[in-house]
Design a protein around this ligand. Structure first.
Ligand code: CA
Length: 233
């Protein structure tokens, strides 16, 4: 299902390496976005959030280190895998200190790269909610893997967007989530998306999962803030 594809952003200026990375990752089932320098990466990040970034240290203009530091200062938390040169051992430490999750030394083999990426995504997926396959809310079971809500004898099918929305909220259960964050992370600012779109989806979800949709117990509105998925043990 293309919906579940994870997106990897490649920040690298060397055409042959871009080609190899893109090819390797796409064959493996990832979606890719390429930025040839830090400026382009920042521009893309205004509208899209990758699941992981492969970031080369040596870039024209702003270096990979500078970009890494900046992204963390901007509170962008997606994992970053730095590409470092073999003769610069100190780079590894610098990168990790600046907020990178891991590094790989050039030249590297495709297998090693994929193994690293998978390991990082496994480590970090909790914060993105992908591991959440099922939620029990009162007498409702939200089966996210099978995109269905079951209550008593009834079943309501969830759309892929609703599943994504629920996973996002569930990963931040009992914490307020702004409409803006939902637009950015769940809708990725696709055109024609407005805060109204978010509200409509929330309302539809309530009809599927709330005992009394007009008085939501779980998917609550926080006025002036956004929404929160309340999960009480
Ligand atoms: Ca480079």
């Amino acid at each position: 299902m293309s919906f579940n594809k994870q997106t990897i952003m490649i920040v690298e200026d060397e055409p042959s390496l871009i080609f190899t990375l893109r090819d390797t990752l796409e064959i493996e089932g990832y979606r890719t976005i390429v930025a040839e320098d830090a400026g382009k990466a920042l521009e893309i990040l205004k509208t899209r959030t990758p699941d992981l970034m492969i970031l080369d240290v040596m870039l024209p203009g702003k270096s990979g280190f500078e970009l890494c530091k900046e992204l963390r200062e901007m509170k962008l938390t997606f994992p970053i895998l730095m590409l470092t040169a073999k003769d610069q051992e100190a780079d590894k430490v610098t990168g990790l200190n600046l907020g990178a999750d891991d590094y790989i030394t050039k030249p590297f083999g495709v297998k090693e790269l994929l193994a690293r990426i998978k390991a990082i995504l496994r480590r970090t997926e909790n914060q993105y909610g992908r591991h959440i396959s099922r939620l029990h809310l009162g007498d409702a079971i939200l089966d996210l893997d099978n995109a269905v809500v079951r209550r008593n004898e009834s079943e309501n099918v969830l759309t892929t967007r609703e599943v994504e929305l629920l996973r996002y909220l569930a990963a931040r259960a009992n914490k307020p989530v702004s409409r803006k964050a939902l637009l950015q992370e769940v809708w990725r600012y696709e055109h024609s998306t407005t805060t109204r779109t978010v509200d409509v989806h929330i309302s539809k979800l309530r009809f599927k999962m709330e005992p009394k949709p007009e008085e939501p117990r779980y998917l609550v509105t926080l006025h002036g803030v956004g929404y929160m998925l309340k999960i009480t043990p």
